[in-house]
Design a protein around this ligand. Structure first.
Ligand code: 3HC
Length: 314
């Protein structure tokens, strides 16, 4: 079969709803796009542990501490599923991690903002994990098998994360005026960066058309953003929270909430290393990597020793 026929067969399989598995033929561009997305996604999960990890020692009760610890640990697990999935495409975990630590690889904009109060932890669960679920529920149907399966598992855990965030916020909104103010302040700071998580608008998203043709994504950035807005605005109003957008209005005809303009310059600034916390996040990640070096070396030495033992025995 020539290249053109292989490409056609590949597209036919995708159009028929089949999953592409690591050993199947795939165009090099498909492989590259998946490595890009899956590694960025994995890095986001790992860097995403930092803003919340910051509050484990300051959680207001043992119950809250346990839930937060479990959540942060889950994020590490998500990173590992995704790195493993990306490795099936022929890229090594070391290469991906080197790209993150050298600043070459991107990770989600959202983790470059500071967590200033306990309400931020609730708002991250409710808004950030809520946005991640909207996106990842779609990715759980992605045409690349390992990515779809990783997201299926991730979504189950993210939905618990979202609930714990929502519960923190709902509890605080039933509390004192100071607690309600703290929630509103957190929503004011996290609302717009959360909307930016869905990526640039469709007419400025260089990767979307290709990813949709290959059913890696089945919805566009703006479609996903809109479904998050519709669901979240109602929840905010139910809890007595205001959305910090003077242009927000419900369109009776389309049955959608319409928002004001998103400052996408901020998104580009943050994802190119110039957000409020980029330097601190990367410094913390590099320090953790260095401090874990002896564990990796010990594990490798142990694996090597086991291999020698097995060789001797056989
Ligand atoms: N943060 C950082 N970079 C972003 C971004 C964001 N929110 N949105 C877009 N970008 C980058 C893209 O990576 C791309 O850069 P590149 O070509 O250099 O890689 C560029 O901006 C143009 O964007 P496109 O719309 O063309 O890119 P995509 O079609 O890939 O869409 C995406 C962007 C929606 C982020 C998509 O890649 C995606 O769905 N990725 C997988 C999910 C993911 O990574 N989620 C991160 C959050 S994980 C999380 O939230 C953890 C949870 O525990 C809370």
């Amino acid at each position: 079969m020539d290249e053109q026929q292989k490409l056609q067969e590949f597209q036919d399989r995708i159009d028929a709803g089949e999953k592409i598995e690591p050993k199947d033929w795939m165009p090099e561009r498909f492989r590259k796009q998946l490595v890009r997305m899956m590694s960025q996604h994995a890095h986001s999960e790992i860097i995403g542990m930092l803003p919340e990890g910051n509050w484990i020692t300051r959680a207001p009760s043992l119950r809250r501490k346990l839930a937060l610890l479990a959540k942060v640990q889950d994020e590490a697990g998500h990173g590992l599923y995704l790195y493993s999935g990306a490795e099936t495409l022929g890229v090594s975990r070391d290469e991906m991690i080197d790209d993150l630590l050298s600043g070459k690889a991107k990770y989600s904009n959202i983790f470059n903002y500071p967590t200033q109060t306990w309400a931020d932890i609730g708002v991250i669960g409710w808004l950030v994990d809520g946005a991640a679920i909207v996106n990842q529920t779609m990715l759980a149907k992605s045409s690349f098998g390992p990515y779809a399966r990783a997201n299926l598992r991730i979504c189950k855990e993210e939905s618990f994360h979202r609930k714990q965030g929502h519960e923190i916020i709902a509890t605080m909104m039933k509390g004192t005026p100071a607690q309600r103010k703290m929630v509103q302040d957190a929503v004011n700071r996290w609302w717009w960066p959360t909307l930016m998580m869905f990526g640039p608008p469709d007419d400025n998203s260089p990767n979307s058309n290709e990813l949709i043709r290959w059913k890696v994504k089945t919805k566009t950035n703006d479609e996903l953003r809109q479904s998050f807005i519709d669901r979240t605005v109602e929840e905010a109003h139910d809890m007595g929270i205001e959305i910090p957008d003077p242009d927000l209005r419900y369109n009776e005809e389309t049955k959608h909430w319409e928002i004001g303009e998103i400052n996408f310059d901020e998104l580009y600034r943050v994802v190119t290393g110039n957000g409020p916390m980029n330097k601190k996040r990367m410094a913390a990640r590099r320090k953790a990597h260095e401090e874990g070096r002896w564990v990796r070396e010990a594990a490798e030495a142990y694996a090597e020793k086991q291999k020698l033992k097995e060789k001797k025995a056989s």
